[in-house]
Design a protein around this ligand. Structure first.
Ligand code: ZN
Length: 143
């Protein structure tokens, strides 16, 4: 493990546009504001959801898309920002519920359509937090 200490930097609040792509918008904000490290929280609703599941034995993601006629509530959506290939990169997980309260979720993928989304991004300041391929898990993890 490693343990690093950071200080709080800027705090951003954003309201995303109807129909925008949730993950792409978060990445766009972080690249536009050059937020190199931080954490993110989102609440709201999506009209479609695409998430990944990482199979630890095959070391591959499989993706599931939900495009219900009914809306999905974002029950919880959070993640972090760090540098991947020298660019700010958002790693986000999401849980969403249908009208019966049944929850689905996983690793947020591009292809999730925003119905309404309220975002808070907290920048943290300190040593660069860089993602690199981890040979054991085959994931790009903090080095
Ligand atoms: Zn993930």
């Amino acid at each position: 493990m490693f343990l690093k200490q950071y200080e709080r930097g800027r705090t951003f609040v954003a309201k995303l546009n109807y129909g925008s792509d949730l993950l792409e918008e978060l990445n766009k904000i972080c690249r536009q504001e050059y937020i190199k490290a931080g954490y993110i929280q989102v609440i709201g609703a999506v009209s479609s959801l695409k998430y990944g599941f990482y199979d630890q034995s095959t070391k591959e993601y499989t993706y599931t898309t939900y495009a219900y006629d009914e809306s999905l509530e974002i029950v919880s959506c959070s993640g972090n920002v760090s540098l991947k290939d020298e660019k700010p990169f958002c790693h986000i997980h999401i849980i969403a519920s249908d009208k019966k309260g049944k929850c689905i979720g996983g690793h947020l993928a591009a292809g999730t359509s925003v119905f309404a989304a309220e975002v808070v991004i907290q920048e943290i300041l300190g040593e660069d937090l860089i993602r690199e391929l981890d040979e054991t898990t085959k994931l790009t993890l903090w080095k």
